[in-house]
Design a protein around this ligand. Structure first.
Ligand code: ZN
Length: 466
């Protein structure tokens, strides 16, 4: 019997990590970081609940940090084997892990300065840049649908999950005592209504399925309404003679926003004269999307440009990519007619804070939030309607108009999750992971009620044999 242990994203949305032990192979599915608040993030510095040295392989579903962020720590604590992922994920990891390490090391340095002054012992970083390089050196990029055999016992294949560039559904055929068992891990399933990514691929056979349930309790608002809201915000900002600020995640959301602006521009619905993508990481990731144009949805691409392989400037001629700090600071002089896309997506860091400093107190400006804002972030305070906020150690009054767009999501909604799982023909066991307990419980009840499928919600640290 093979054994599967749920070590993360069990009854929560971050820290994706599952251990598979079978005859002759020990492999880890994802090695994600815990995110969202101090309590949760402190866990990233704790020892792994298994021995990293004894693992034979790591299989990675996609590049988001809640799935990949602890890989450098895994190497720091003794792992030396391969990390299997898609080719695009490997390139995305190079951008994301380096960025995350930079932030982490700066935080530790700052904290240690503080500790030194207070006479307290210094703390160690969870990992450093060298560990990030080790991860990248050990990444094995595989194309979708190519079978790769691990240790002669496990056959691995990736299928497109349609979530972000390179994202995969993991398909494992595990050989044990002459029998084979098939485990399918959904990774994060994309939202079929979202643009750029293709629809998640349909699979039909499995003995055991691990499915994500981030939005297991609801469907998303329709995209058409959301785009109308965006268009209205742009028109209003133009009439008010102010700027539009769009805080966006560098991976996925930024590229989607460029695409939507491209479509609106083509329809004559963007009155602004200038658009700035003011995010070094967002620019790098956008280039990566351009490089992997063949993985994107061809029908979507046709909506902005007749020719594949074009960069976003070809469909947004007024787009400026600002990489240097000087170019970024020069935007501060513009008081009217600009759309500024910058990170971080929840305004808890990054260049967006500088733009907020110059625009948030001006009633002619508009703030457009296209993504989820977690508890405790500056973005959350703003979308909740706080009139006074504090950042950079200063007080600000929120006079700019705030728009929250609910229709963008990179995750499948409830109906899409049900549809994806309904295609499995054989009898299988289903485990729901990667969701808040309420979302997973609602999904569990709906699966039983609508499809007659029994699903379990495993607790962290529990194991199942299959
Ligand atoms: Zn993800």
């Amino acid at each position: 019997m093979a054994k599967l242990t749920f070590w993360g994203a069990a009854r929560e949305v971050t820290g994706s990590c599952h251990l598979i032990e079978s005859e002759g192979v020990r492999l880890l599915l994802d090695c994600g970081m815990h995110q969202g608040g101090h309590q949760s993030e402190r866990r990233n510095g704790e020892p792994f609940p298994f021995e990293p040295k004894q693992l034979d392989a790591v299989v990675l579903s996609h590049g988001h940090l809640d799935h990949s962020g602890l890989l450098p720590r895994l190497f720091k604590t003794g792992y030396k084997g391969p990390v299997y992922c898609t080719e695009a994920t490997r390139n995305l990891l190079a951008i994301m892990l380096e960025d995350a390490a930079g932030i982490h090391l700066r935080d530790v340095e700052w904290e240690n300065k503080r500790r030194k002054r207070a006479g307290k012992p210094e703390i160690e970083p969870w990992y450093d840049m060298e560990d990030v390089l080790h991860v990248l050196e050990h990444c094995v990029g595989l194309p979708y649908h190519e079978t790769h055999t691990i240790n002669g016992h496990v056959k691995l294949q990736f299928h497109d999950a349609g979530h972000i560039i390179g994202s995969a559904i993991v398909d494992l055929l595990i050989k044990e005592h002459g029998h084979s068992k098939k485990l399918v891990f959904s990774g994060d399933l994309g939202n079929a209504d979202a643009v750029l990514m293709r629809d998640p691929e349909i699979l039909e056979n499995a003995d055991l399925v691990l499915m994500e349930g981030t939005y297991g309790d609801r469907d998303h608002r329709t995209l058409d309404n959301t785009l109308d809201e965006l268009s209205k915000a742009l028109t209003q900002a133009s009439a008010d003679k102010g700027n539009v600020l769009i805080p966006a995640f560098a991976v996925g959301r930024t590229q989607e926003m460029l695409f939507h602006l491209g479509v609106l521009y083509k329809q004559g619905r963007v009155p602004q004269q200038r658009i700035f993508l003011d995010s070094p990481m967002g620019i790098e990731v956008t280039r990566l999307y351009t490089e992997y144009m063949d993985l994107l949805d061809p029908d979507d691409l046709k909506k902005v440009s007749a020719k594949l392989g074009d960069d976003p400037k070809s469909y947004l001629p007024m787009l400026t990519l600002t990489e240097s700090t000087e170019d970024s600071m020069a935007i501060n002089r513009i008081k009217d007619g600009a759309i500024i896309i910058a990170g971080s997506g929840m305004c808890n860091g990054g260049r967006i804070r500088h733009h907020l400093k110059h625009n948030i107190w001006r009633e002619e400006c508009h703030l457009v939030f296209p993504g989820f804002q977690a508890q405790g972030t500056l973005g959350r305070q703003i979308v909740e309607g706080n009139r006074h906020v504090k950042f950079f150690g200063q007080d600000f009054i929120v006079r700019a108009k705030v728009h929250t767009l609910g229709g963008f999501s990179a995750h499948a909604g409830q109906t899409q999750l049900l549809d994806w799982i309904s295609h499995f023909k054989s009898r299988f066991r289903l485990y729901l992971v990667h969701g808040e307990p309420e979302a997973l419980e609602t999904l569990q009840q709906t699966l039983q009620h609508k499809l007659g499928i029994n699903a379990e919600i495993p607790a962290e640290g529990t194991s199942v044999l299959f």
